[in-house]
Design a protein around this ligand. Structure first.
Ligand code: GLN
Ligand code: ZN
Length: 756
């Protein structure tokens, strides 16, 4: 049995690529230095895999920014506006990735989107009518040669034609089908060149196959690959899928002349059943994703080995691999020195997953011998209990009844009670929570973490900041104030650190996009709130003003979706535990006279299943109730807000209404307000604050522009339901533009109000 890796992380164990790239962008590092870093990283990743005896080591999984953008450039898919800049190929690439502003012109970056059901974001290729698709790049071949010089024959990786066309945006009148001929020639040229270079295998990634497919899409996939494979020559072609099962096209894959088919047995809930039902074509190699490529837990060999045995009954040649690219997990446990061994022994990051594959291969070669020391050691880890669970948390979750998920009285009655109580003007103004995290705010936190200042000094600084922030908000005339979130580094990490049950790493970075990496907390045990987390700061803010101050919390679904989750209990059970902890905080805030509380669910959509048919059953059926659990215990005159980002809510708008908040603010300034049409179409009851300006840019919107925006909203929304606010938190902005923008926002609201 052999082993294969779909892709390895590329930013470096200590984020070397991030820093080298940023230095290059800033002009503090040269292109040679950036290239040198890239060469070293690639070599070290190949050697690590070689050292673990991985048989199919990928190349071209490296990227300076994004793999789909690499594939677009490989095939000359570069919009005119970037060509016109007249830059070098790499600079053109960075212009597409990050935008360009300089002596050659001024263009924005390509749109960035979430890569399937991960927190990784890809750059959306744009195909113009004039696009001359053809093989134009050399990166794929250069990296193959680079590895070959190190004595390693790699399996080059590229995104497949179907996924490329499915994710691309067509900017003119032409469609995917108009480009079939050119795309086919491009991929054929890649195969021809790989044959010349002596490649044995090539991996063509087609993750789009795990989504719902129409018959037309399956026909397109079939047409593309039939033509490409007809000219493949000696190189073997592996079609690699991941992030789910291929229930719509399993037999199509079997019938096409691929040499290998890569299937995901971890997230693909039906993969094994498909193999059992339809068998596996003779002569083809099954690349079986059996080690989770997305989570950080050690693999349980007992389970995996019996899975491999089951697969082997249907396929003669099985290659063991991870379920997806290791891009989605951190590098190595070697750089985690603070967590005890009793914890880290349960973890496997990318490097440790290589070792797991090597061990599984060894045990399989020993006829699955349960007396192998590798097996025994692994089994020991899973036979005991990992930690002392919190029986009280489990009992509390088990005792929940329908009533715990239902807030009473119903919305309409609450809305009236709250209007009477708060007596806010029409079109009330507010912000989303955070105010600029300026250098002094970050320095204060850093000094405290280093131990350079006492906790008291640290807090006093935050109290002073809050006082200034409240005074300024009052001065410009906002209606509902916030404390500013100066104590928070990040909306999830802050709560993770305050709750029991999370583990934190020092260097477990995962690429989110380009040079941006995140360090998700790990849900280690049962989640419990042992002490209030936000009450002190919120109550202090409230004590300074007669205006309402919104308490500010992160919701259970967002905390869950931005953490590494447990595998020993369901996501639903984890969500309920977190929801109970947030519920306690909500009730504590309420008891401290904080009568408006915002519970952010910025990442509600993040784990929405890829197939719409699974949305309710596998996700929304518990995610929405988990949110309701956080606030169902408050009084009718406590107002619950929520906030959401990333603008694509139209298709889950009913579920959002079913969260039963009193007010929802969301990002809308960059989209076309079509969300408001969806809201109207479903009879949305919750009051809404669609963001009236984009906080992702330092630009200060004019009063007129804001008035026009509000006017457009009022064409569609009842003024009694409309709130006025920016589209997200202000933490990434500077002070000057923040206050200038907010003043304009208030002026615009006042002027529009006067006309109602
Ligand atoms: N309350 C958070 C803030 O203002 C919300 C952040 C977010 O939606 N991403 O920063
Ligand atoms: Zn937001």
């Amino acid at each position: 049995m052999k082993t294969s890796i779909i892709g390895y992380p590329r930013v470096g164990a200590l984020r070397e690529l991030k820093f080298a790239s940023e230095n290059y962008f800033k002009g503090t590092g040269t292109l040679e230095q950036l290239n040198q870093t890239a060469v070293e990283l690639r070599a070290s990743h190949w050697k690590l895999q070689q050292a673990q005896g991985i048989d199919y080591i990928p190349s071209n999984d490296f990227s300076f920014y994004d793999g789909l953008l690499d594939t677009a450039c490989l095939f000359n898919i570069i919009p005119e506006r970037y060509r016109e800049l007249g830059l070098s190929p790499l600079e053109t690439y960075f212009a597409m990735a990050r935008g360009y502003q300089g002596e050659h012109g001024d263009v924005k970056a390509l749109a960035m989107k979430k890569w399937f059901n991960t927190n990784y974001h890809y750059m959306t290729p744009e195909i113009e009518d004039s696009a001359a698709i053809r093989l134009a790049g050399t990166k794929l071949f250069d990296e193959f040669n680079e590895a070959k010089q190190l004595g390693i024959t790699t399996k080059p990786v590229l995104v497949g034609p179907f996924t490329l066309l499915k994710l691309a945006k067509f900017t003119g009148s032409k469609q995917a089908t108009d480009f079939v001929g050119a795309i086919v020639e491009g991929y054929k040229a890649v195969l021809a060149q790989l044959n010349t270079l002596g490649a044995e295998w090539v991996q063509v990634d087609e993750p789009a196959l795990v989504t719902d497919l129409s018959p037309e899409e399956i026909a397109l996939f079939t047409e593309l690959h039939t033509q490409i494979l007809a000219a493949k020559g000696g190189v073997k072609v592996l079609v690699q899928t991941y992030f789910g099962d291929v229930r719509d096209c399993y037999q199509t894959l079997q019938s096409l002349p691929f040499d290998g088919i890569g299937l995901d047995f971890v997230e693909g809930t039906q993969t094994l059943a498909l193999v059992k039902q339809h068998g596996f074509a003779q002569g083809k190699v099954l690349f079986a994703g059996v080690v989770n490529g997305k989570n950080i837990w050690k693999n349980q060999y007992k389970k995996t080995l019996s899975l491999i045995q089951a697969i082997s009954q249907h396929a003669a040649q099985v290659v063991l691999g991870t379920s997806c690219s290791l891009l989605h997990v951190p590098y190595t446990l070697k750089n985690e020195t603070k967590l005890p061994e009793s914890t880290t022994k349960y973890f496997a990051f990318a490097e440790e997953k290589l070792q797991e594959l090597a061990e599984l291969k060894t045990i399989a070669s020993l006829e699955y011998s349960k007396s192998s020391p590798l097996y025994i050691e692994n089994d020991k880890l899973f036979s005991g209990s990992r930690f002392a669970g919190d029986a009280s948390v489990q009992a509390r979750a088990a005792a929940l009844t329908d009533a715990d998920f239902t807030r009473l009285p119903a919305f309409a009655e609450r809305e009236q009670i709250q209007k009477n109580k708060f007596n806010l003007p029409l079109l009330p103004t507010t912000t989303i929570g955070s105010f600029p995290q300026t250098a002094d705010v970050r320095a204060n936190r850093a000094s405290f973490k280093k131990g350079a200042i006492s906790e008291e000094q640290y807090k006093q600084f935050n109290f002073d900041k809050i006082a200034q922030c409240i005074a300024q908000q009052e001065e410009i005339g906002l209606d509902v104030l916030v404390h500013g979130e100066y104590e928070r580094n990040d909306m999830v990490e802050y709560f993770g650190e305050s709750l029991d049950g999370f583990a934190f790493t020092q260097n477990a970075w995962v690429q989110s996009y380009g040079t941006r990496c995140v360090k998700p907390p790990i849900i280690w045990g049962d989640i419990r709130r042992s002490k209030p987390m936000t009450v002190e700061y919120s109550a202090y803010a409230k004590s300074l003003t007669n205006k309402p101050v919104k308490g500010m919390l992160t919701g259970p679904v967002t905390i869950l979706n931005w953490s590494f989750t447990r595998e020993d209990i369901s996501l639903k059970d984890s969500a309920l535990q977190i929801a109970l902890a947030i519920r306690d905080e909500v009730l504590d805030l309420e008891a401290n006279q904080i009568d408006i509380i915002q519970i952010d669910e910025a990442a509600l959509r993040e784990k929405l299943p890829l197939r719409q048919s699974d949305w309710q059953s596998e996700y929304l059926s518990w995610a929405i109730p988990a949110f309701r659990l956080t606030h169902s215990g408050v009084q009718s005159d406590t107002q619950i807000h929520t906030h959401m980002c990333y603008s694509q809510f139209s298709d889950i708008i009913r579920d959002i209404d079913a969260m039963d908040a009193d007010v929802i603010t969301f990002e809308a300034s960059r989209s076309d307000l079509s969300i408001i049409d969806s809201i109207n179409a479903c009879g949305f009851k919750t009051e809404v604050g669609p963001g009236v300006y984009d906080i992702h840019s330092p630009r200060v919107p004019s009063v007129d522009e804001l008035k026009q925006g509000l006017g457009r909203m009022l064409d569609k929304i009842d003024p009694a339901k409309l709130w006025v606010n920016p589209d997200c938190g202000l933490k990434t902005r500077g002070e000057a533009e923040t206050w200038a923008s907010l003043k304009h926002l208030i002026e615009a609201a006042q002027e529009v109000r006067a006309t109602l």
